[in-house]
Design a protein around this ligand. Sequence first.
Ligand code: NAI
Length: 468
Amino acid sequence: MDNNFDVIVIGSGPGGYVAAIRSSQLGFKTACIESRKTLGGTCLNVGCIPSKSLLNASEMYHKAQKEFDSLGIEVDKIKLNLSKMMDNKNKSVLNLTKGVEFLLKKNKITHLKGKGLIKDKNTVQVSDKSGTKNIYKAKNIIIATGSVPTSLPNIKIDENIIVSSTGALSFKEVPKDIVVIGGGYIGLELSSVWKRLGSNVTVIEFLDHIIPGMDKDISSEFLKILNKQGINFKLDSKVTNVNLIKNKAVVDFTHNKSQIRERIECDKVLVAVGRKSNIGYDIKNLGIKLNNKEKIQVNEKFETSIKNIYAIGDVIDKGPMLAHKAEDEGIAVAEIIAGQAGHVNYNVIPAVIYTSPEVAMIGKTEEELKKENIKYKIGKFPFLANSRAKVNNETEGFVKIIAESKTDKVLGMSLICSVAGSLISELAIAMEFGASAEDIARTCHAHPTHSEAIKEAAMAVDKRPIHF
Ligand code: NAI
């Protein structure tokens, strides 16, 4: 095999494999290195995809137990078969990772199996499982090595009793009691899964609210909804220790203001306090510049401090750690290498929490606009007044649109709704095109759909909603 490439991508997550495909489409001879057995990175193997499979299956189980009867669907005995649910999840993961393998082949991308180490700006060494090392040359290298879970001092993740998201996606039995450290994306999605399957779940969050960075209105409404679902919250509390005693864990935490200490005994502890970029010693040895959070510094062209070495995705100091952000950067970086005008608009990146109901947001929050001294107006519309949500018995949540006072330009939007993750795309397009709230208000939305609530919220910006 000819070991010379135009582009070598290290990592095959949503950033890496997309960068490889776009590079190949642009005529570059491309290779993609992956150390995991299957392609697709954290997202496909132990992140977005398996969690969404369990979120979907556990929601069905919950609905069958709690909601079918009121719809006139009488089911005799509903029984959980956790190992079958896990098999279904694993099958979905395998299907999707195979899909990426197919896409690499279709695009004539060389899949290099093993761990990639950058030796110099044009050389990458790949060590496979057997210890064989091969050297490859590249005109351009794209680092897309993603991120790994972080933990807290004194807490060692063993993926048995003290687990990261990886362990919490593969429990063999439904734990009786789970403590989740961190009320962020991972903590709340996985709390929902295990609560629905029968666990007692307590979330301990350092801040006095859940999901940092989310609009406060939405955050407090979301907290109420999750409380109603039976998830316990200990907010404004710091976990100080987790000790293992036989097959149990004992979690010690202190309330930040009162300094009152509490202790919970449980079967599993999920540590979900964030992720850190996955930086190898090769990157440090080469002197590629990192910021103070150990993320790779890149310029607007995704170039690192070494020419011809680019970086994208969770590993860089730009944007949120989200799969779709990494995908967009994958496309942009390949186009930039090809001399085109690749670009990512970091102001318009949607974020979704796939609980039930879902939560989604885009653009600025009200708190950010206050800090930036930007004058704004708000339009809100509750799903309680949306006909489709009403007939589906999904009336929790609301839409909140924020527009600039003077120009009416939409600056941000957040919503809680059963299908928030799909609805947010409408706002992404609107914001990309610089829409005003009036533009959305004057756009015909199909009836009866949840999306009408967006139109109504846009009308509410001008204080003229029809159905509320
Ligand atoms: P996160 O940053 O979303 O949340 C971590 C939470 O832990 C924060 O609320 C933080 O205040 C809290 N925390 C930190 N130290 C603590 C302590 N000592 N005691 C108690 N609480 C503490 O991180 P998470 O949930 O681990 O997710 C990691 C990344 O994965 C996120 O950046 C997210 O963007 C991404 N992700 C995205 C998903 C999606 O798009 N639906 C799903 C899952 C993950």
